[in-house]
Write a protein that binds this ligand. Sequence first.
Ligand code: SF4
Length: 351
Amino acid sequence: MTNLDIRDFTRQELAGTLISLGEKGSRIDKVFNCLYRKGAESFDAMAGVQEDFKAKLAARYSLTPAPKIEKLVSKLDGTIKLLFTFPDGAKAESVVLFNKKTVSACISSQSGCACGCVFCATGGLGLKRDLRPHEILAQYAACRREAGRQLDSLLFMGMGEPFMNWANVRKSVLLLSDNKGYNFPQTRITVSTVGIVPVIRELAESRLEIRLAVSLITADEKHRAELTPMSKKYSLREVIGGARYYTDRTKRMVFFEYILFDGVNDSAEDAKKLLALIKDVPCKVNLIMYNPVPGGTFTPGRFEKGKEFQTILVEAGIRTHMRREKGTDIAAACGQLAAGGTGDAANKAGN
Ligand code: SF4
């Protein structure tokens, strides 16, 4: 049996194993320092860790070779897209976004996606496989290297539905925020879902401090059924109920992502429908213009109509932001990630 990658285990899990082997659990702290602060890629490279201990770890765990990384840089705004190819051939993409004063990274939780949203390039790929914690962390580390500084925020909004790979995403959040490792604050991590209600509720009951974004896509059940097959499983009413439960339990607001498609869901009436749906939920709405993908049949919402839409929400007291998409020339914008391909389903957008 192949040994599991040591970076797929939290410090607490590894310490527990060490204790069961008659070792001191705290010996793992130095290993964490080597892995996450010094970037050791082999047990041999762990400076300051005793040889016999390295041998013990190497007998039990592995360190998967680093993924191959290809890079694209947007000529429009400097956005960087990274394409990762893992040793087994699975691919995933991350995006580094430079704002006026901040840098954020959008990372993937799965290679492909099973949700099949008809407007999203990733959905057209189908699910190749879930990403393991160390593969999620590899994206974070590479994005940080590209940023040349600490990231201000980390978004699970790339390829995949994070709540359909929750065990690995949850563990990667614990690893990212470990104070002996990257020490990245959970409060700066946002996980986006199309609305996997049981996991929204689980998150609400957990002690994690990450932020929740729910990609409503539209406020009309009929349109939503056409756009995302997931709506057959969880209705808008159930998704909003889950979001409300999250805000009640955590006392944190939820972010609602709403994608504007021209003539589909961008009228004043649509804005009022959205308002009726979310008015009792402490939230902020992010309006996102649909980003076209090759072969797509949808048209992006128009800026003026988007502004009118935004005004209706703002006047009703809902904090609303119209997100300016970046990296469209390198297919790095929301919904365009297709692991180096174009995806075979036409119109797409990430969570
Ligand atoms: S929008 Fe998100 S959930 Fe839907 S197919 Fe794309 S990546 Fe998957």
